[in-house]
Write a protein that binds this ligand. Structure first.
Ligand SMILES: Cc1cc2nc3c(=O)[nH]c(=O)nc-3n(C[C@H](O)[C@H](O)[C@H](O)COP(=O)(O)OP(=O)(O)OC[C@H]3O[C@@H](n4cnc5c(N)ncnc54)[C@H](O)[C@@H]3O)c2cc1C
Ligand code: FES
Ligand code: FES
Length: 480
């Protein structure tokens, strides 16, 4: 059993125990190591000032196996196990700034400078992605997208976009060449051979190699919290609403990193991130991949797991309605063995799921829609990027035939309209019996009674759901 977290920081091997492992990475960098280039502003994953680059070599073979930006303010040091991290301090080489830093200077991309290291890391993440693809031309939309997780209060964004656009990618040296070595590969592979147990007076952390060990630990310590990537849990911890003191992490269970696509069936493991899922859906289910474009920020998607989003069971979570519309199954393992829970039976009440005590989600499974089907996902939030939904809606229709005159089957699910993500079953039935959209709109409004809150009033949520509903049929066609 290992009692240290092992990772590389700016090319140097680090081994840390329970005290450091319990800290947020940004605090560890700044207060333990004096690496103050990484800033802490919001401590909630919203501003990007704390961005660092992380390469997790265990996930191979996709275009996500690069140094990717993540938010260090909500990442526990324990979560770095097996990772190679680069901070802003290391970008400079032989006293010369990295091309993304030079560009910020030359394009006047910085005023007070507080956000600057975060922007530099976000832009460097894009540079890494482009170099890995051997694509040496900067694209303005990509430049803007890479910054959706970063906020600047004084410069204004245009000079920062100009800076990204001005980078000559041919001149950039990849960070893997500088900070990743064969020795690291060997060392970071080796860590997967042993489970990890860290214990101190205040922090207990177990990362087993097998699900059997995980289940035994949950039986022995029922107050344990499962942690995936802590993009939800880290915020709760920083807001002092709950302390992360006894944690179970599944990051050493290799089979949980797989996205398996066999025929039309897709199964994604509990450790699959939004970025990896998006990558694997680009050709298979582009509607889902495009929907994930407006999910959180690159920093959050690069580490946050899809299954964390389902297990979190937020009524405004973005993937639950999509998986409801896909009629997905949540696969679990627990003290009583394995279960396949239809996702329509998974969300029981506000933040309450069908998971029993000691039960762990291992994967989620769904079928790709058939050729005779239409599927769309919609999200409305106050800000287009990096904002939680006021309302989201997912609709999948299986048509009887190509004429789209009759509905064989339909699944409609919404978020932000009830205490749980909600299937709109009466509207589905009404449409199956009589494909009359005007009549179905009346049923639709009768099926939910949303709250008014800071994101939207109840009346506005009704308008949004109706508009998305009408928009679906306007976009996909279908007999009127
Ligand atoms: C700035 C910011 C922006 C965000 N934007 C969005 C957004 O646009 N849309 C959206 O829907 N969400 C958003 N989120 C929420 C969050 O990123 C997602 O819910 C994410 O998918 C959570 O995954 P995680 O791996 O970080 O989960 P964690 O925080 O580690 O865990 C979340 C919950 O899932 C449980 N859990 C995790 N894995 C398992 C498992 N295998 N079995 C059982 N339980 C498990 C944990 O115990 C915990 O209760 C945002 C968060 C932040 C900080
Ligand atoms: S400090 Fe704002 S995202 Fe981390
Ligand atoms: S330069 Fe001041 S916040 Fe961006």
């Amino acid at each position: 059993m290992r009692n240290k977290i092992v990772f590389y920081l700016n090319g140097n091997r680090k081994e840390v125990g329970a005290r450091e492992a319990s800290m947020m990475l940004a605090e560890y960098l700044r207060y333990d190591l004096g690496l103050t280039g990484t800033k802490i502003v919001c401590a909630e994953g919203d501003c990007g000032a704390c961005s660092v680059l992380r390469y997790f070599p265990h996930v191979k073979g996709t275009d996500t196996s690069n140094y990717l930006p993540i938010n260090s303010c909500i990442t526990l040091v324990a979560q770095l196990d097996g990772s190679s991290i680069v901070t802003v301090e290391a970008l400079k080489k032989d006293n010369e700034l990295h091309e993304s830093q030079k560009a910020m200077v030359e394009c006047h991309g910085s005023q007070c400078g507080f956000c600057t290291p975060g922007f530099v890391m976000a832009i460097t993440g894009l540079v890494e992605e482009k170099l890995a693809k051997k694509d040496y031309k900067m694209d303005e939309q990509e430049a803007k997208n890479c910054m959706t997780g970063n906020l600047c209060r004084c410069t204004g964004y245009q000079p920062i976009v100009n800076a990204a656009m001005s980078i000559d990618l041919e001149k950039c040296e990849g960070l893997k060449e500088r900070f990743y070595s064969e020795r690291q590969e060997v060392e970071l592979t080796k860590i997967f051979s042993e489970s990890v147990l860290l214990e101190s007076d205040e922090f207990f952390y177990f990362a087993p190699k097998t699900m059997k060990e995980a289940l035994n630990y949950l039986k022995d310590f029922p107050d344990t919290k499962i942690v995936a990537s802590a993009t939800d849990l880290g915020v709760v911890h920083n807001k002092r609403k709950a302390h992360l003191t006894r944690l179970l992490s599944l990051h050493l269970v290799s089979e949980l990193y797989k996205v398996e696509i066999s025929g039309t069936e897709v199964k994604l493991g509990a450790r699959v991130t939004h970025t990896e899922f998006r990558h694997s859906m680009k050709d298979k289910l582009p509607e889902f991949a495009n929907y994930l474009d407006i999910f959180a920020s690159p920093q959050i998607k690069n580490i946050g797991t899809v299954i964390g989003n389902i297990a979190n069971a937020s009524p405004v979570g973005d993937t639950p309605p999509a998986f409801l519309a896909l009629d997905a199954t949540v696969n679990t393992v627990g003290p009583k063995g394995e279960r396949e829970i239809p996702i329509s039976k998974f969300f029981l009440a506000y933040r309450k799921t069908a998971l029993e005590h000691g039960e762990i989600i291992t994967s989620v499974k769904f079928k790709l829609p058939s050729k005779n089907s239409s599927i769309k996902f919609y999200k409305n939030s106050n800000r287009k990027d990096l904002d939680i939904s006021a309302v989201n809606l997912a609709i999948r229709v299986e048509w009887k035939d190509e004429s789209k005159k009759e509905i064989q089957d339909i699944m409609i699910a919404a978020g932000g309209v009830a205490a749980t993500p909600l299937r709109l079953i009466q509207t589905e039935t009404a449409l199956k019996n009589n494909f009359d959209i005007e009549a179905a709109v009346t049923t639709l409004h009768s099926e939910f009674t949303p709250l008014s809150d800071v994101r939207a009033s109840s009346a506005y949520r009704h308008v949004l759901v109706e508009n998305f509903f009408r928009r679906f049929f306007a976009e996909v066609g279908g007999a009127q």
